[in-house]
Design a protein around this ligand. Structure first.
Ligand SMILES: Nc1ncnc2c1ncn2[C@@H]1O[C@H](COP(=O)(O)OP(=O)(O)O)[C@@H](O)[C@H]1O
Ligand SMILES: [Mg+2]
Length: 492
C-alpha cells in the first residue's frame, strides 16, 4: 500500500481526476448556456406578435408627433399584464422617441435597427437579440412592429422581453437555488466518479504492482542488477528494466549453456580418445605378450610399455573423478594447521627423482620460517603436485624450478616458477579450463590431460584463494597463489 500513491496508479488517478473536473465544468457551462438559449427561443416565439397587438391599439404617432399619453397608458397596462416587458417607441433610425419605463434608467439614446429588420423579415430562427436601452453591453430578445403615421412607416414599437426586472430576478435565482443544486450535484458526481475510478485503478493496477514488486525483488536478488531504485519510475519502467535484465541474463546463461555443451562434447571425444589410445596399445602389448615366441628382452619391454599406459589410464580416471567431485561440491575441505614450508619440501622431495632424470634443479625456500596455514593439507598437496608436475613437464632438460614462500601482510604467497617453454598470449586465459591443453610442441604433448590446472583452480576456490599466472614464451612461467597465515606459536 505504501506505493499506492506513487507510480502508475497515481498518474492514472491524477489524469482521470483532472479529466473529470474539466468535463464536469464544461458540461455545467454547456447546460447553462443551452438553458438560456432555450428560454429565449420559447419566450421570443410566444411573444412574437406582442408588439403588433400593442401597436395596433391606437395610433402612436400622428402627423409626426408622438402620442406620449398613449405610450404612458401602454406602459402601465403592459407592466400590469407582464412585468418583464419594457416598451419603447423608436424612429426608423433607431432613435428612442418615447418609452414606458421609469425615467433616468436609460443608458442609450439609440438602438440598432438591424435586429428589428431581421426579426420582421423572419429570415433567422429564434432567438434574435437586440440592444437593451437600459444596459450598455447586453443583448435581449425582443418583439417589434412597424408604427405607421398615415401610410408611411414612422418608426417601430420595440418591446424588450425579459428586461431589467427579469434579469435581476434570474440573477438572484442563479446565485441561489438551481445552480447551487446542480453545482453541488456536479461536485458530488465528480467526487463519486473519482472515488470509483480510484478504486477501479487500484484493483486494476494491483496485480501489475505486485508483479513489478516481485520482478524488482527478482532483479535485485537473482539477477543482482539494481537498474532501478525503489522510488524511481513507475511499475512499467520496473517491468521493462527487469525484462531487459532478464533477457540479458537469459542470453548470458544460454551462452554459458552452449559453452558447457561444447565442452561436454569435447570432453566426451577427448575422454574416449584419451582412454582408447592407452587402452588399445595396452591391449596390443598384452596380445604380443601372449605369443609363445617372444624373447625375455621383448617380454620385459612390452610389460613396461603396457604398465606405462596403464598408469596413464589410471591417472586420467583419477583426475576425472577428482574434478567431477570438486565440481559437484562433494569435497568439503578438512581444515587443519600445518606448515606450508614443510609441505613444500615434502612435495619437492617426491619429484626429486624425475627432476634428476631430466637434469632439472628444484630450488626450495631456504628460510626456517614455517609459514603455518589453516587449510586442507591433502588438497593443497594436490595443488603443489600438479603445479610442480607441470613445471617439470613443460621445462626442457637442464632447466630450473624455483619454489618460493613470501609473507605479505597476513598471507603467504606460494610461487612456482620455471624456466620452461612458457605460454602463448592465446593460451594464457584458457589454461585453467578443463581439457585445455594449449598449443605446445609435440614432445610435450604426451601424458597430458588438460585437467591438472582445472583441479588446482577448483581446490583454491574452495580455500577462497585465487591462482594467478605470468608467462613468457620460451622463457618460463610463474604460478602464484596466496593462503592466509595463522597466528604462529614459536614452540610449534
Ligand atoms: N609450467 C607450465 N609451463 C608451460 N605451460 C604450462 C605450464 N603449466 C601448464 N601449462 C599449459 O597449460 C596446459 C594445462 O595444464 P594442465 O591443466 O596441468 O594439463 P596437462 O598438464 O595435463 O596438459 C598444459 O597443457 C600446458 O599447455
Ligand atoms: Mg598438468
Amino acid at each position: 500500500m505504501n506505493r499506492l500513491f506513487a507510480g502508475l496508479y497515481a498518474r492514472l488517478a491524477l489524469a482521470f481526476a483532472t479529466l473529470f473536473f474539466i468535463v464536469g465544468f464544461a458540461f455545467l457551462a454547456l447546460t447553462n448556456w443551452s438553458n438560456n438559449r432555450y428560454y429565449q427561443e420559447i419566450t421570443q416565439n410566444m411573444n412574437k406578435s406582442l408588439a403588433m397587438y400593442i401597436a395596433q391599439r391606437e395610433p402612436l404617432i400622428h402627423n409626426g408627433i408622438v402620442n406620449d399619453r398613449a405610450m404612458k397608458d401602454l406602459g402601465s397596462l403592459v407592466m400590469v399584464v407582464n412585468p418583464i416587458v419594457e416598451v419603447y417607441l423608436i424612429d426608423t433610425q433607431g432613435k428612442i422617441l418615447s418609452y414606458a419605463v421609469p425615467k433616468n434608467t436609460l443608458v442609450r439614446t439609440h438602438v440598432a435597427t438591424k435586429p428589428i429588420q431581421t426579426l420582421l423579415s423572419s429570415k433567422q430562427p429564434y432567438p434574435i437579440t437586440g440592444d437593451d436601452p437600459r444596459a450598455l453591453n447586453s443583448d435581449r430578445i425582443f418583439s417589434a412592429f412597424p408604427v405607421t403615421d398615415g401610410s408611411t412607416t414612422a418608426g417601430y414599437l420595440y418591446v424588450i422581453l425579459g428586461g431589467q426586472s427579469y434579469q435581476t430576478l434570474t440573477q438572484s435565482i442563479r446565485s441561489s437555488y438551481i445552480v447551487q443544486q446542480s453545482l453541488a450535484g456536479l461536485v458530488a458526481l465528480t467526487l463519486f466518479a473519482i472515488a470509483s475510478a480510484l478504486l477501479i485503478f487500484a484493483a486494476l493496477t494491483s496485480p501489475l504492482r505486485k508483479l513489478a514488486k516481485a520482478m524488482n525483488e527478482f532483479q535485485l536478488n537473482e539477477l543482482k542488477s539494481p537498474t532501478l531504485k525503489p522510488n524511481e519510475g513507475d511499475e512499467i519502467s520496473y517491468l521493462s528494466a527487469t525484462f531487459s535484465a532478464m533477457r540479458q541474463r537469459i542470453n548470458e546463461q544460454l551462452e554459458k549453456l552452449q559453452e558447457t555443451d561444447r565442452l561436454r562434447r569435447e570432453l566426451i571425444s577427448n575422454v574416449s580418445h584419451d582412454l582408447r589410445t592407452p587402452m588399445s596399445s595396452m591391449q596390443g602389448y598384452l596380445e604380443m605378450l601372449m605369443r609363445p615366441s617372444i624373447t625375455a628382452q621383448e617380454r620385459k619391454s612390452y610389460i613396461e610399455i603396457a604398465y606405462k599406459h596403464c598408469n596413464r589410464l589410471t591417472q586420467l580416471v583419477i583426475e576425472l573423478f577428482e574434478l567431477s567431485k570438486l565440481d559437484a561440491g562433494r569435497i568439503n575441505p578438512n581444515y587443519e594447521n600445518f606448515s606450508l614450508a614443510e609441505l613444500l619440501q615434502d612435495v619437492a622431495q617426491k619429484f626429486s627423482l624425475t627432476a634428476k632424470q631430466k637434469n632439472i634443479y628444484i630450488a626450495t625456500p631456504e628460510s626456517s620460517h614455517l609459514f603455518m596455514v589453516n587449510a586442507d593439507i591433502g588438497l593443497i598437496e594436490r595443488v603443489l603436485e600438479n603445479l610442480i608436475d607441470n613445471a617439470l613437464r613443460y621445462t626442457p632438460k637442464g632447466g630450473k624450478i624455483k619454489l618460493s614462500l613470501s609473507q605479505q601482510k597476513n598471507q603467504v604467497e606460494v610461487g612456482i616458477q620455471d624456466t620452461g617453454i612458457g605460454l602463448t598470449e592465446d593460451d594464457l586465459p584458457h589454461i585453467f579450463e578443463r581439457y585445455y591443453r594449449g598449443q605446445k610442441p609435440t614432445e610435450y604433448q604426451q601424458q597430458s590431460t588438460g585437467l591438472g590446472l582445472a583441479i588446482v583452480k577448483r581446490i583454491l576456490e574452495l580455500h577462497n584463494s585465487v591462482i594467478s599466472v605470468e608467462s613468457q614464451l620460451n622463457r618460463g612461467t610463474c604460478f602464484k597463489f596466496p593462503l592466509p597465515i595463522v597466528q604462529q606459536h614459536k614452540a610449534a
